[in-house]
Design a binder for this molecule. Structure first.
Ligand code: NAI
Length: 734
């Protein structure tokens, strides 16, 4: 037996409850344990007159049945007073049913200012004032249920009711926004369009119909929508005669009427009119985000070069899942044009900063080695995920889409500007029970040359169980790290604006910026893009094991496990196994794993520059000097730490490339020498060729002169170079 819905402890205000529908609601709530404020001005149907009798009668009826009720005789235009009655009598307000109403029907031409204003004042403004008065109480107690009363006349229009139709549909707009703003406080707002025999309808309905459309048939819907167990929010329902139906918006697929660099003309609208209005494959956008996404899609296609085949649709939702129709389906080719600005913006988006001198080559287009981060390869391909909406056989609810995993492989370092074209194909569709997994393969080309391959694993929660296969050979699989402590760890802070910055690279999902959208998804605030953490982790590996040399990057695979909030720190743990670097990324503050099963494959280093692992080029004269420095630090480190108290970074170049990095740490403990870049912040970093370094050490080249001649580059605290001479002189003599 199902549990009856009760309202014990709840306080309900029903406006206009002295008769008609409102009376039925008040009686029903009273019967089921709620304390009821019965509001009614007691006027006539046109808004004239005033009497306390109507409300008093209903209060008495409720009390006679053992219920709790008080009357309120104010107009809904005095919203605060109605809520105050609830607070005075029962100490709280949980539920508001905005029901009070009047009619002033006139054909449009005869509608006076007063006819218009009175209707708006009672219906729209009255509901606003009453609800606003209750809002903060509901917010503070994290519970509230609100009903707006609309009308079929508003939804469909009705002769002679221009004023009433406008106000009634205005209530729907009000409810839609309250539903969004209230969601995170457990305040739900729904709208009903009832039909029942009452004094308002007696002039428009025949008496026998009036009699049979009982108000008591409507009340059960109102009670259910107001119950704490009902999660419905932002719904619109037609209700009457014992029938309830839900309404939503439907939108035709539409048609792009603009071409790149061309204006829209009335003629292009005329000539495509039948397509604009064709409801075949119509969509049902349920939020302003979904609505806007279409426009963003169109802009990105028409303006920024991702020009789809102009006859292709913007977004289609096919009915039902039919994997065989979807697998192998190729999306319209997408073009992506970019400049150094996009590369730099991306680098900033994944946390690069001029604070780290190693990052400059990704942030400064004038840098001699200006490069684009390898993981930028996801950017030209990412809009293909939205293209999934046009795949036949897939009925995708985009609000339930999770980006599950990502594989990316580079066949060449990406150019720092150009036009790339991407071809996306649905590689497979899997039935994972709890959801549907779509593998989307995207190949990105420059001219005819393949540059990059991406596999997006997209999970649609709740769309499984269609009887499809569970596994696929097409999956680029994850790999677990070895069972030992990580070989290296890099920790990096994300900034509070990390997601705000990252989204400028083209992922405009409001989940990453809009607090109310994030709340709808169940997050406490907007979350970082998974592909942003992915970018952080990849550059950590590239720095640790490849000296940030983009030509060493081959491929990356990650599984997105948990969200990261902007401002948290990312901790990348790395394990090196040959040319494969396993990695795991955690939120440092919580220890929660955010990227798992991940790895990056590196190309073996060229003989004279990089090898797998820390750079090991042969034949550097400076190696001997550093070995000697290391020995002397062992002997006299403590004394040097006192004297120098600084961390020196060294980049020794050979044939125009960084061949070796060293860190002389004379700040921590009793001093130490490390091969490789300092994972923290070096106080000063010197870049010099192997040959010039030797000249300096051997006293043939004065460091100051080398600096002014551009032979010795110094980043950081230049004053510390004075202390350098002492170290080199006293401790590096061969
Ligand atoms: P009704 O006339 O029986 O009830 C409306 C009540 O609101 C009356 O008791 C009236 O005194 C009260 N009221 C009017 N102005 C007020 C004010 N300023 N402050 C406080 N109370 C005030 O009408 P009915 O049919 O029960 O309508 C209830 C609601 O349902 C109205 O909002 C109406 O527009 C709406 N509606 C009704 C339909 C129907 O078929 N009965 C159809 C569509 C909508």
């Amino acid at each position: 037996m199902s549990v009856p819905l009760t309202f014990t402890g709840r306080v309900v205000l029903v406006t206009g409850a002295g008769g008609g529908l409102g009376r039925e609601y008040a009686l029903a709530f009273g019967e089921r344990g709620a304390a009821v404020v019965v509001n009614d001005l007691g006027g006539d149907i046109k808004g004239g007159g005033k009497s306390s009798a109507a409300a008093d009668r209903v209060v008495e009826e409720i009390r006679a049945k053992g219920g709790k009720a008080v009357a309120n005789y104010d107009s809904v235009e005095d919203g605060e007073k109605l809520i105050q009655t609830a607070l005075d009598a029962f100490g709280r307000i949980d539920i508001v049913v905005n029901n009070a109403g009047i009619l002033r029907d006139r054909s449009f031409a005869r509608t006076s200012d007063l006819d218009w204003d009175l209707i708006h004042r009672v219906h729209l403004r009255g509901s606003f004032l009453v609800t606003r008065a209750a809002w903060n109480h509901m917010k503070n107690q994290k519970f509230g249920r609100i009903i707006m009363t609309s009308s079929a006349a508003g939804i469909y229009g009705n002769f002679g009711q221009a004023n009433y139709s406008a106000a009634k549909l205005g209530l729907l707009g009000l409810a839609n926004t309250l539903a969004i703003e209230g969601q995170k406080y457990n305040i739900h707002c729904n709208t009903i369009a009832p039909t029942a025999g009452s004094r308002l309808t007696e002039t428009v309905m025949p008496p026998d119909l009036l009699e049979s459309l009982k108000a008591e048939y409507v009340a059960p819907l109102v009670l259910w929508l107001c119950h704490e167990s009902c999660q419905e929010n932002s719904g619109l329902f037609e209700v009457g005669a014992g029938w309830i139906g839900k309404l939503r918006w439907e939108r035709s697929l539409g048609r792009i009427v603009r071409q790149t660099n061309q204006m829209v003309t009335p003629e292009s609208v005329r000539d495509t009119w039948s397509e604009i209005c064709d409801f075949t494959d119509a969509t049902k956008p349920a939020s302003i985000q979904e609505s806007l996404q279409t426009l963003v899609d169109v802009l990105s296609r028409v303006d920024t070069g991702i020009t789809a085949n102009p006859t292709s649709a913007v977004s289609i939702t096919a009915a039902g899942t039919n994997p065989s129709a979807a697998i192998g389906h190729t999306l319209a080719e997408m073009n992506f044009t970019y400049t150094h600005m996009n590369c730099i913006l991306y680098a900033l988006g994944v946390g690069m900063s001029t604070k780290d001198p190693h990052h400059l080559k990704f942030l400064f287009e004038g840098h001699e080695d200006f490069s684009v981060l390898p993981t930028f390869g996801v950017i030209p391909a990412q809009s293909s995920m939205m293209g999934l909406s046009s795949v036949p056989g897939l009925d995708i609810d985009f609000t339930r889409l999770l980006h599950g995993e990502q594989y990316m492989e580079l066949f060449k370092p990406l150019p720092t500007s150009g036009t790339l074209s991407s071809k996306a194909t649905v590689a497979d569709v899997l039935d994972k029970g709890s959801g549907m997994l779509i593998l989307l393969d995207v190949h990105t080309y420059s001219g005819g040359e393949l540059l990059c391959y991406n596999q997006f694993s997209v999970f649609i929660v709740g769309s499984g169980g269609f009887g499809g296969k569970r596994t696929s050979q097409k999956v680029m699989v994850t790999a677990d790290p070895p069972n030992r402590a990580p070989d290296a760890v890099i920790v990096d802070e994300t900034s509070k604006d990390q997601a705000a910055l990252y989204r400028l690279s083209g992922d405009w999902n409001p989940l990453h910026i809009d607090p109310s959208f994030a709340a709808m998804g169940g997050f406490k605030s907007p979350i970082l893009h998974g592909l942003c953490s992915f970018g952080f982790a990849a550059r950590h590996v590239l720095k640790q094991y490849a000296g940030s040399d983009v030509s060493r990057f081959k491929s990356i695979k990650v599984r997105f496990v948990k969200p990261v909030y902007p401002g948290q720190s990312l901790q990348t743990e790395m394990w090196k196994e040959g040319n494969r670097v396993h990695l795991q990324c955690k939120v440092k503050e919580t220890g929660g794993v955010v990227l798992s099963g991940a790895y990056i494959d590196l190309h073996a280093a060229a003989d004279t520059s990089m090898s797998a692992g820390p750079p090991q080029p042969a034949g550097l004269q400076s190696d001997l000097v550093f070995a000697e420095i290391g020995r002397r630090i062992k002997d006299a480190g403590a004394e040097l730490v006192k004297k120098v108290n600084a961390v020196f970074g060294w980049e020794i170049t050979k044939d125009g490339k960084t061949a070796r990095e060293w860190t002389i740490d004379l700040k921590t403990g009793s001093g130490s020498l490390h091969k490789g870049a300092y994972t923290g912040k070096a106080d000063v970093t010197f870049t010099v060729t192997d040959e010039d370094f030797m000249e300096v050490v051997l006293g043939k080249l004065n460091p100051q002169k080398a600096f002014f001649a551009g032979k010795l580059k110094v980043r950081g605290n230049i004053m510390l170079s004075q202390k350098l001479e002492a170290i080199l002189k006293d401790h590096a003599k061969l």
